[in-house]
Design a protein around this ligand. Structure first.
Ligand SMILES: *[C@@H]1O[C@H](CO)[C@@H](O)[C@H](O)[C@H]1NC(C)=O
Ligand SMILES: *[C@@H]1O[C@H](CO)[C@@H](O)[C@H](O)[C@H]1NC(C)=O
Ligand SMILES: *[C@@H]1O[C@H](CO)[C@@H](O)[C@H](O)[C@H]1NC(C)=O
Ligand SMILES: *[C@@H]1O[C@H](CO)[C@@H](O)[C@H](O)[C@H]1NC(C)=O
Ligand SMILES: *[C@@H]1O[C@H](CO)[C@@H](O)[C@H](O)[C@H]1NC(C)=O
Length: 423
């Protein structure tokens, strides 16, 4: 599990003080900065097809600070990541999430700045011609789209530089994530019909597609049963940022669905909670590419579905969807397929499939397994989301639609008659 470094805003900050970081070198003796003329350069290492000024959310990047003339090394530096309008932002405004910088353990030449937030500075005054640090970009749901990296380099006690190639501005990649749902979640579904769906879970976890740290005993690999439900808006089987239920914990850690199945059945209600139990076969090596399958029904109260499939071995990782909306003004969704990437139930520590199990205390929330992790033990070490192959595909397909007869659909008390799906 990866813990991002977020420096908390200290409470003792004077009101009205500007958020912008003063990067004046401590040794500068009051000299003014010179404008860097291409000698020193800050750059970001791009992977695959990323265009120059775009970043992908929740991704690790490598920042490089270097001199372009080996006979002009630098002795001190500072790198800050900030909002481009930091000049005009005071501490009273809500802090902007600009991701986090991370020094590399192998590189003792940099340390976190005590002077500024989100800043890394030189740990000594020796000659340097190349410095590397990491940046973890802000998560997908953060609103702020733009970040700026700003570096200062001191050649000696008199000459120090800012500007020109020491600044980078990046915009968030706005393209649609591959696993985004087709319809937004709606509070009230106005369709006066029910629909029957088929759900397929098509596993794709293999040594070919996911070679890094692939389990040493593949004969023991497997997916748990597919388990979930069609449900109403107020019901959550699991959700990013929430603590896992006992049922989810047991599936994610032990591939045991008994508890989560009971949670789903106990939540069955005529016009709230859950409606149909989704349950598909478990798939074990060497049959992991064979799909798991289930049928379920939806109505105007229960127009969402959620499910999980645990991955074995793993500390507490699972695949699945949460609150997938099937209702829209145009009718019930016809057919859709999305790739699935692993989630971390937040109940066990461990950064790779076969990490020795240990309890996460005090218990973390459900989140994405850290892709682009800084940890070499991770299967996703420094990996770009673009390069990450799907661990499975989920396909949902409408088989039939039933118009409701003799039911007043504008009246929320009128409940459909057949409320159990025959599997
Ligand atoms: C790079 O982008 C181009 C155009 O956007 C696309 O045609 C190409 O397949 C991409 N290459 C890779 C390796 O993603
Ligand atoms: C590199 O710096 C040295 C020392 O200041 C200078 O003599 C040389 O011309 C510079 N080289 C380039 C390519 O700018
Ligand atoms: C900050 O405010 C000044 C004065 O109001 C304005 O000229 C400048 O463009 C602003 N800068 C940014 C980055 O918004
Ligand atoms: C699943 O968990 C339940 C509740 O803890 C337990 O009673 C049951 O024996 C477990 N099943 C398996 C196959 O381990
Ligand atoms: C349906 O129910 C609503 C609200 O109870 C009521 O106002 C409406 O007259 C009913 N329509 C029919 C056709 O029964």
């Amino acid at each position: 599990m990866y813990l991002p470094l977020f420096l908390l805003v200290s409470a003792s900050v004077a009101t009205g003080q500007l958020e912008i970081c003063d990067q004046t070198p401590p040794q500068s003796r009051g000299t003014l900065p010179s404008t860097n003329k291409g000698m020193y350069e800050l750059s970001i290492v791009k992977k695959g097809n990323d265009s120059e000024d775009i970043y992908i959310p929740g991704q690790t990047y490598v920042l490089v600070l270097k001199t372009n003339n080996k006979s002009r090394p630098f002795r001190w530096f500072m790198i800050t990541v900030e909002s481009p309008d930091a000049e005009n932002t005071t501490y009273e405004s809500s802090p902007t999430n600009v991701g986090s910088l991370k020094t590399l353990d192998s590189n003792r030449q940099s340390r976190y700045s005590e002077r500024c937030f989100n800043s890394v500075e030189s740990a000594d005054y020796s000659d340097k011609d190349y410095i590397q640090i990491h940046w973890l970009s802000p998560a997908q749901q953060e609103k702020d789209q733009v970040v700026r990296f700003r570096a200062t380099v001191a050649e000696n006690k008199e000459a120090w530089y800012t500007g020109d190639k020491l600044e980078i501005v990046l915009h968030k990649d706005d393209s649609k994530p591959l696993d985004r749902f087709p319809y937004p979640l709606i509070d009230k579904c106005n369709l006066c019909s029910e629909a029957r769906y088929e759900l397929l879970f098509k596993g794709r976890w293999s040594r070919m597609s996911h070679p890094r740290h692939y389990p040493t005993k593949p004969d023991e690999n497997g997916y748990s049963h597919m388990i979930g439900a069609s449900h109403a808006v107020g019901y959550k089987l699991w959700h990013q940022g929430d603590k896992a239920s006992d049922g989810l914990k047991l599936v994610a850690e032990k591939a045991n669905i008994s508890l989560i199945e009971r949670e789903i059945i106990e939540a069955m209600q005529a016009n709230s909670g859950t409606r149909t139990l989704i349950r598909g076969k478990k798939r074990h090596h060497p049959h992991m590419l064979e799909p798991s399958h289930s049928l379920f029904r939806v109505d105007r109260f229960h127009h969402l579905f959620s499910f999980v499939v645990a991955m074995k071995p793993s500390p507490d990782w699972f695949l699945g969807v949460s609150q997938f909306e099937l209702c829209s003004d145009e009718g019930w969704l016809k057919e859709y397929e999305i790739p699935l990437y692993p989630w971390d139930a937040g109940t066990m520590d461990g950064i790779s499939y076969e990490s020795p199990p240990s309890l996460t205390s005090p218990g973390d929330v459900v989140k994405r397994v850290a892709v682009g992790s800084f940890d070499e033990e991770s299967p996703f070490y420094q990996m770009s989301l673009i390069d990450l192959k799907a661990f499975a595909f989920m396909q949902v397909r409408r088989l039939a639609e039933y118009q409701l007869v003799g039911v007043n659909c504008t009246n929320d008390e009128d409940v459909p008659e057949s409320n159990q799906e025959q599997q």
